[in-house]
Design a protein around this ligand. Sequence first.
Ligand code: SAM
Length: 286
Amino acid sequence: MYEWHWHIEWQTPYEFHGHAITKVIAEEKTPYQRALLVELARFGKALILDGKIQSTITDEFIYHEALVHPLLLSISSPEKVLILGGGEGATLREVLKHKTVKNAIMVDIDPVVIDFAKKYLQEWHQGAFDNPKSKLVIEDGYKFIKETKETFDAVIIDLTDPIKDSPSQMLYTKEFYEEVKRISKWGIVTQATSPSFSLETFSIIYNTIKHVFKKVSAGITYVPAFDGLWGFVYASDEVNPAEFSKEEINNRIKERIEGSLRFYDGETHITMFSIPKHIREVLEKE
Ligand code: SAM
């Protein structure tokens, strides 16, 4: 029997996944959430907020590339991009790979998570916070959206899951998506929880957004550290990433991305938007 400390992550109220912890790097109770930075035996360095793994050094590239690139590549020339949440700085890193991007504004509510990221998650942000195109705002994303006079080519929503009493709860509502639509010229994307463990929540997010935007598509991929499929919802009145061919995506990556991608290419794109029948049936039930 190994003498590990365990991170117990509840996937649903009646099942959990246990991750062996080899080292606790930092821990803090912030005004918004409990932030924990650990080394996991299987996945290495990991950020955990309120008991939920946000990302691990081993496979964060899957989640962050899947979140950012389908939307930004579907837009003809994204220059000004807003990120809501995105604590680790890896979403910012992926946005900055787009040669057309001139301004990337990231709004996260929790300065402690940002301090953790700057201090311990260099492998995630890779200096993105110091890029002259980046601007970091510490504020509630909903408040920022309501008050800003600016518009953005794309809005990328990278928040913690919509759990009761979490700081992100209100940022999954129809009212919020209406405000986001007001300030986004071409489209938005949000992480949308797990089709494996919370298919109903995934479907609610997808259908809530469908009431606000004309073209809405769901994308999924497997993230090992999340122990299941992860879902994303891309929305716009103008463009639909799901309609792009493998060849078009590969061409756009070649023309528009600086640096390398490990997960996303034309072939991966097709798999992300090939949703299995049983999931499609739930999404289309409403
Ligand atoms: N990959 C993650 C996942 O699987 O859920 C999400 C990544 S990121 C760490 C989530 C960020 O959302 C955190 O840094 C948190 O502080 C931020 N956040 C939560 N509620 C927020 C709000 N109302 N406004 C802005 N940022 C918020």
